[in-house]
Design a binder for this molecule. Structure first.
Ligand code: ADP
Length: 430
């Protein structure tokens, strides 16, 4: 406070000193003239007053103007802090005055609506009728309003707009209202919601198909085929296959949700892939014989340890080899090979390759194969007892193990699926 007071008083003492010098010099000169010339005392005093006024008044005016300029221009919404607040908001945000003119907007809003300009009407930059109507409504009733609309350019996005009236103080002690528009991109939420709805629709459809077949056969067995022993045997066989498919579907769905729930926890149990692969191949021998396919196994003898979940890894290789046997049966052979990528600082992984020589997969299907319920040929998959969830499970299991899946295929030449698993740095460590 003391420092401030002295700072304020310093210019005044300077001014008083300068004024005193001017007045003193003027008085001396005029006094001399009165004494030395025939200038009367009255005229001398009059001249002194005029000179003093001429010298001092413009100074005061000048100083007054200066001090008025130095007063801060306190426009509340123009304040740097308001600008910084709007700029700092994470979502696209625009602050408007009562007339709908843009006062401030942040970089996210500039990206959303590149035509936004300060001082211009927001409506000309944000042309969507929903935005304009919501803004008008918020202004009219002075209450927060929200709306959803679809932004078509540059990409389709589902947006939510919230318009919030904000009272602001004015220069003269009153208050006015600004409008804060904040935009929220709802596209990711919407996509998840769509995926969930698709998933439920697909799962119900997949369950309903075998269920419809089962009730149809039950009706037939209770009615027209009641006494037909041969038909009964045939229908019961079909019913068993349908019931097995339903059980498998439910099993796959439960496995998927269990793996998804624990996706963030990397499995750490040491698993030797050699006996595990042999077990899978042995288990699938009956299917291979049924399909007339030979399984050629090329795996090293010694232990190949990876940190993992044994049951999930069994499921992973079962799915890949079974697909080769089912869809690549026409090739007559499925190769299963394990290669260890030599340990190095950056690469330390195990690759298990399952290759068949069947019809292969057209390139346009490859990126979608691991989607739930995606099938190249739905009829073929159902006929094979497939659920459309096998490769999705494979992908999720590999993700959880921090591994990855490579799919390569040449039409008419077969398909190769490679599961890549990170290996333990040294077997002793796990
Ligand atoms: P499904 O239960 O139908 O077998 P998957 O997720 O395991 O489900 O496979 C998805 C689809 O990928 C299959 O329906 C099939 O069309 C195709 N597919 C998978 N493996 C092969 C393969 N080895 N050769 C040809 N097509 C395959």
């Amino acid at each position: 406070m003391a420092a401030n007071a002295s700072a304020l008083s310093a210019p005044w003492s300077d001014r008083i000193k300068r004024s005193a010098i001017i007045l003193l010099v003027t008085a001396l000169v005029l006094g001399g003239l009165v004494v030395l010339t025939d200038l009367s005392l009255a005229r001398g005093i009059f001249a002194f007053v005029c000179i003093a006024a001429a010298a001092l008044v413009p100074w005061q005016l000048h100083e007054g103007a200066h001090s008025r300029e130095a007063e801060p221009r306190a426009d509340p919404v123009d304040a740097a802090v308001v600008r910084s607040l709007v700029t700092g908001l994470p979502d696209p945000s625009v602050l408007l005055d009562r007339a709908g003119r843009v006062l401030h907007f942040n970089p996210a809003a500039a990206e959303l609506a590149p035509a936004l300009r300060r001082g211009e009407l927001a409506q000309s930059a944000l042309r969507s009728p929903e935005i304009v109507a919501t803004l008008r409504q918020a202004l009219a009733i002075n209450k927060p309003q929200r709306t959803n609309y679809v932004d078509h350019a540059p990409i389709e996005r589902w947006m939510e707009l919230v318009v919030t009236p904000i009272p602001v103080p004015t220069h003269f002690g009153g208050s006015d209202t600004c409008m804060l528009m904040t935009f929220h991109d709802q596209t990711p939420l919407r996509r998840v919601e769509e995926m969930r709805a698709d998933f439920v629709a697909n799962a119900s459809h997949e369950l309903r198909t075998p269920l419809a077949a089962l009730s149809g056969f039950i009706d037939t067995l209770q009615g027209p085929a009641k006494e037909d022993a041969a038909a009964r045997e045939r229908f019961l066989g079909i019913m068993r296959a349908q019931a097995t498919r339903m059980a498998r579907l439910i099993d796959d769905l439960l496995s998927l949700s269990r793996i998804e729930l624990s996706a963030h926890v990397r499995p750490s149990e040491p698993v030797d892939l050699i006996p595990l692969l042999n077990q899978v191949v042995d288990g699938l021998e009956p299917l291979a014989r049924e399909r007339g396919v030979a399984i050629a196994v090329d795996i090293p003898e010694g232990p190949v340890i990876v940190p993992g979940d044994r049951d999930e890894l069994l499921r992973l290789f079962e799915n890949l080899i079974e697909n080769g046997l089912k869809y690549g049966a026409s090739g007559g052979k499925v190769d299963v090979a394990l290669t260890e990528v030599p340990a190095s600082e950056s690469l330390n992984e195990v690759r298990v390759t399952v290759r068949d020589y069947g019809p292969g997969i057209a390139p346009e299907h490859l990126p979608r194969l691991t989607e739930r319920f995606y099938r190249v040929d739905v009829g073929d998959s159902r006929a094979q007892g497939g659920t459309g969830l096998g490769l999705s499970l494979v992908k999720h299991i590999l993700n959880r193990h921090r591994g990855r899946l490579l799919i390569e295929s040449v039409l008419e030449k077969g398909a190769t699926f490679t599961a890549i698993l990170p290996r333990a740095a040294s077997p002793q460590k796990i």
